[in-house]
Design a protein around this ligand. Structure first.
Ligand code: MN
Length: 290
């Protein structure tokens, strides 16, 4: 790997103060499509760092709400999340599991703590990523993929540096189980203290590294701390991470969708008119209900 082919680090984003999503998920929005940096095809990343919940009678979370025009990807690290939607799908995901929901033309769902977690209490830690859809797929039928931990292949890194669980896309010979609408890689990387991971992200892909735990040097020079998001350039391919401590890193990369983005709350479309139509369709029940 030559230095000239490096995927340059553009910025290091620190977690902003947390806000609550419903009454169940205290999150930091690490980036959002309406602010810099642009990470198309990714629209937003909310990180719910570990938070403790006491036992409760009713599940906390977010009640019935719609989405249109994109996908929501929920990665659970600790705790339990339960989902129910207007297409009749439901699922409960726990540590290591992923839920990939394609809202596309419209879906109504709720996201709550799992029943068992609610009763016992415990630590919740999760990531929710919003992935944009190209204009031609924004009004396609909604879909839902429950991806359980055993379905996610794990690759051992060279020199036993750690492992990469391939949720979507490809890492070395392993292919992730998630069906994506555009080229996307989503990897759950665990790196041991003092070890280095050298890997490639496709040329032209937007990419970022979320350090959930640990920290280290990116490309041998830039120090990234726990909780930070490292944003990489679209150009170049080679990336190295030298872990200062045992680290958990979510690696996301994807082919940019260079189309207009107009969003309002739970809807992300290409124009104001489409947003008005989404609000109308939701209000009149055309996105369904639970
Ligand atoms: Mn939602």
């Amino acid at each position: 790997m030559t230095t000239s082919n490096r995927k340059r680090l553009l910025s290091i984003e620190q977690a902003p103060p947390r806000h609550w999503v419903g009454n169940g998920f205290p999150v930091s929005s690490m980036f959002s499509y309406d602010t810099a940096p642009s990470l198309s095809p990714f629209l937003l990343l909310d990180y719910a760092a570990p938070a403790d919940f006491l036992p409760a009678l009713a599940p906390r979370g977010v009640g019935e709400h719609p989405h249109r025009g994109f996908e929501t990807v929920t990665v659970v690290y600790q705790g339990e999340v339960e989902h129910r939607d207007s297409t009749g799908n439901k699922g409960r995901i726990g540590p290591g599991d992923v839920q990939w929901m394609t809202a596309a033309g419209g879906i109504v769902h709720e996201e709550k703590h799992g029943r068992e977690f609610t009763a016992k209490g415990g630590t919740m830690e999760m990531v929710q990523l919003w992935v944009n859809l190209p204009a031609k797929l924004k009004m396609s039928p909604p879909g839902y993929q429950d991806i359980v931990s055993p379905a996610i292949p794990a690759v051992t890194l060279a020199a036993d540096a750690g492992t990469v669980r391939v949720i979507a896309g490809q890492f070395e010979a392993a292919r992730g189980p998630a069906r994506t609408q555009t080229p996307i890689d989503l990897w759950d990387m665990r790196l041991e203290a003092k070890k280095t991971a050298n890997f490639r992200i496709p040329e032209g892909h937007a990419a970022a590294l979320l350090f959930l735990r640990g920290g280290g040097l990116v490309n041998g020079a830039d120090a990234v701390d726990e909780g930070d998001l490292a944003v990489l350039d679209r150009h170049g391919e080679a990336v190295s991470i030298e872990a200062a401590a045992d680290s958990t890193i979510l690696v996301l990369s994807g082919a940019p969708i260079d189309e207009p983005v107009v969003g309002y709350g739970p809807f992300v479309m290409n124009s104001e008119a489409e947003i008005r139509k989404a609000m109308e369709d939701y209000r009149s029940g055309r996105m369904g209900s639970l």
